[in-house]
Ligand binder design. Structure first.
Ligand code: SF4
Length: 501
């Protein structure tokens, strides 16, 4: 068996060091911290303070703000002062994507600075300068790698892969260690749940091998909204929390930021106070392969689609650790029939139930360990249970049954009303099967982060939309009123449109 920092069949949280962010601790024995991000313009102090108040009322204490330029970096000062008059323990995180000079200013105003190492490909001292500023004020740093925006030198070696994401993070963690700076958190996000899960596993393994114990921030980018967005996040984040990986999470939704907080809390609660438990050991030699390995039995099924139950082996997990229990009953057992995973729930709140089921079943499907799922919950109809099961299978990318929306959560960069637009696009296109449509707020990060979307609807200028086919720009800056029709024309021209029945 290969040795990873986590066991396949016993549960314990990964051991991490404590990182201080304002009044809060990430890692160590601290509970998993939930966080969110504003979507107001950061130099609009009043709007930010108002939105952070709503987030704090929902229970959010760690709030990230897009920080594009020096003016926005400086605005974090007065925003923090005003917010703390009412909420003394709210900590602010500056999200700096591109400009090292802006991160340096943010280190003088924020409690934590997030940088994308893709923008520090020099050895010329910008990173060292930032670290010194963080050290001086006790500011934490997040090394935030995103699928789709790797530094060129990493991209040239690894391509845009989980290996490249982990390598990029490791390079900067090494630099922090060399500088004896350890107030560091690390993340590797992707809108592709499969990529995200394997990237974080590789990172956890690489950190263990390098004797590093930095806490990990988990998130799925561009997860979308509604039940789909919650399930997609829960599949990705839950897959890692199930193995004890992850110290802070953001469930990123294309909805008001305060709505992300209860979703994240429900997910974290699902894993909180799990007892340490050990199941029969199994061996597994290829845990880091992230390509989907098809099972011999074809597309995974729902329980309602099963004709003769005798043709299947149904494996029910009844313990507090369904993932470990299922693994111990499946891996290396030589089952010769297709496997259906079974679990019973009693949660009455639909959102919460969907999050729990997604966090349990999703990882098993990502790892190609089963051929179908049976979810029971007496509070819901068969139709509702099937809907949740299909969304879980889609999030794990093993059965595609609907249009997938890769929608950004929106932030201070967003150039149009993304929530209503996503609803309008969904209304006209959700009957299409197997298309991935990216709905992104800005052209700066949008095209890179919509990853493998078939089509992209991207804010180019205020209320002007640019349309993409894959990564190729097809039409630039169309007035927003016309953009949805143009998108549909484009899908039609490609022969991928079907009329609604
Ligand atoms: S794609 Fe642009 S608008 Fe959307 S969250 Fe990312 S930076 Fe903000």
């Amino acid at each position: 068996m290969k040795h990873y920092c986590f066991s396949l069949t016993s549960y314990a949280r990964r051991t991490t060091r404590e990182v201080r962010v304002g009044h809060h601790t990430i890692g160590g024995s601290a509970p998993i911290l939930v966080q969110t991000m504003t979507n107001t313009t950061t130099h609009d102090v009043e709007a930010c303070v108002k939105q952070i108040d709503q987030i704090a009322q929902a229970g959010g204490r760690l709030v990230r703000l897009t920080t594009r330029d020096e003016r926005e970096a400086l605005a974090l000062g007065p925003i923090g002062e005003q917010v703390r008059q009412k909420w003394p323990d709210v900590a602010l995180v500056a999200d700096v994507h591109f400009v090292p000079a802006v991160a340096a200013v943010a280190a003088t105003t924020a409690d934590k600075v997030r940088i994308n190492p893709g923008n520090y490909n020099d050895r010329g001292g910008r990173f060292e300068e930032l670290v010194e500023l963080c050290r001086k004020r006790g500011v934490a740093l997040r090394i935030g790698v995103n699928h789709g925006s790797l530094a060129k030198k990493i991209f040239d070696i690894y391509g845009d892969t989980p290996e490249g994401m982990a390598a990029s993070a490791m390079e900067f963690l090494e630099r922090c260690r060399e500088l004896d700076f350890h107030n560091v958190v690390v993340s590797l996000k992707s809108s592709n749940v499969r990529v995200m899960v394997y990237a974080y596993r590789l990172l956890a393994k690489a950190m263990a091998e390098a004797s590093m114990d930095y806490p990990i921030h988990l998130g799925v980018t561009e997860a979308g909204n509604l039940i789909e967005g919650r399930i997609k996040s829960a599949v990705g984040i839950g897959a890692l929390l199930a193995d004890g990986i992850g110290d802070t999470v953001r469930v990123s939704l294309t909805e008001a930021p305060e709505l992300e907080i209860p979703a994240a809390q429900q997910l974290v609660a699902h894993f909180a106070s799990r007892p340490e438990e050990h199941f029969d050991e199994v061996s597994w030699d290829d845990f880091s392969a992230y390509q989907y390995t098809p099972r011999p039995y074809g597309t995974p099924v729902l329980w309602s689609e099963v004709g003769n139950p005798d043709d299947y082996i149904v494996i029910e997990a009844t313990s507090a650790h369904p993932v470990q229990e299922w693994r111990s009953k499946i891996v290396g057992r030589g089952h010769t029939k297709p496997i259906i995973l079974h679990r019973r729930y009693t949660t009455a709140n639909k959102e919460q139930f969907a999050i729990e089921a997604a966090a349990d079943f999703g990882v098993m499907m990502i790892d190609s360990l089963a051929d179908g799922i049976r979810i029971d919950n007496p509070n819901f109809s068969e139709e509702e249970l099937n809907e949740i099961a299909l969304i879980i299978l889609q999030a794990a990318r093993v059965r595609i049954s609907r249009t997938e929306y890769i929608a950004c959560p929106s932030c201070g960069r967003t150039l149009y009303d993304i929530e209503t637009t996503l609803a309008a696009i969904r209304e006209r296109t959700n009957h299409l099967v197997g298309l991935k449509i990216g709905v992104m707020g800005c052209i700066v990060n949008g095209p890179g982060e919509m990853a493998d979307a078939d089509y992209g609807y991207v804010g180019g200028l205020p209320n002007r939309i640019s349309l993409y086919r894959g990564k190729t720009l097809v039409e630039r800056n169309i007035p927003q009123e016309e953009a949805l029709d143009h998108l549909i024309d484009l899908i039609k021209a490609d022969g991928r449109w079907i009329e609604k029945s």
